[in-house]
Design a protein around this ligand. Structure first.
Ligand code: B16
Ligand code: MG
Length: 225
């Protein structure tokens, strides 16, 4: 028994762009008189660009201090800095274990999808040399609801032509795990402090096909009982 598809988050699962997001947000936040640190940045994992800006403004006690046009300008400034920093990405930036897992899934005919809320996901996959490895990438620009809403994972399942109940989703953010669970997929969490995933691993080096296969069979067995 095997899943029909595995759907991956990007930042924190395929590559680690969290630090690049942080450096860009730190600069823009500082320009508005708000200081953020790496610990605060944890709260921005898997959160959309405008959602991240709102959290930063709330953290600095500046909710409502900027007009919609000013907020759009701040987000655009952050994105320009972030896109510039993406030049540092190479195929060596793919997290450990991911390339061999993608090859194992491909060998077994398991479909591979992407569910990232980043509008920069296509450029990132290109820089990592992985653009051809995904059967379907959900388009973040078409989203009306960000994670933890299941919309992006449902869009990925629809694009792959698979039923959510026949898929595994891999995420490093709590909002992402909640989104996976909300659409009836089987969740795998990467990193500390995540709840609600039947399998949680410390890092992607542990994310192997034998582990996913064992999880799948264990879940089917549990539902059959
Ligand atoms: P962008 P994921 C998310 O990627 C990041 O975790 C989050 O920090 C970022 O704000 C969001 O993408 C939007 O990114 O500004 O490039 O559109 O984890 O969903 O792959
Ligand atoms: Mg992520």
């Amino acid at each position: 028994m095997q899943p029909d598809a595995v759907i991956f988050d990007l930042d924190g699962v395929i590559t680690d762009t969290a630090h690049l997001h942080f450096v860009a947000w730190r600069e823009v936040a500082a320009q508005t008189g708000i200081a953020i640190d790496e610990q605060f940045n944890q709260q921005l994992k898997g959160i959309s660009r405008m959602g991240s800006l709102e959290r930063i403004l709330a953290w600095g006690g500046k909710t409502g201090a900027f007009s919609e046009a000013e907020k759009a300008a701040l987000a655009a400034r952050k994105n320009a800095l972030y896109v510039e920093s993406l030049r540092t990405l190479t195929p060596q930036s793919v997290l450990p274990g991911i390339a061999s897992l993608l090859a194992s899934l491909r060998e077994r005919g398991i479909r591979i999808g992407l569910a990232s809320v980043s509008l920069n996901a296509p450029a990132i996959l290109q820089a990592l040399g992985l653009a051809g490895e995904f059967d379907f990438c959900a388009d973040a620009a078409r989203l009306t609801h960000s994670k933890p809403d299941p919309e992006i994972f449902l869009a990925a399942c629809a694009g792959l032509g698979v039923a959510p109940a026949r898929c595994i989703g891999v995420e490093d953010a709590q909002a992402g795990i909640d989104a996976i669970n909300a659409c009836g997929m089987t969740a795998v969490g990467i990193g500390e402090g995540l709840c609600g995933a039947p399998l949680r691993l410390d890092n992607t080096a542990q994310l192997t096909w034998p582990r996913l296969h064992a999880l799948w069979n264990q879940q089917r067995h549990a539902t059959a009982r």
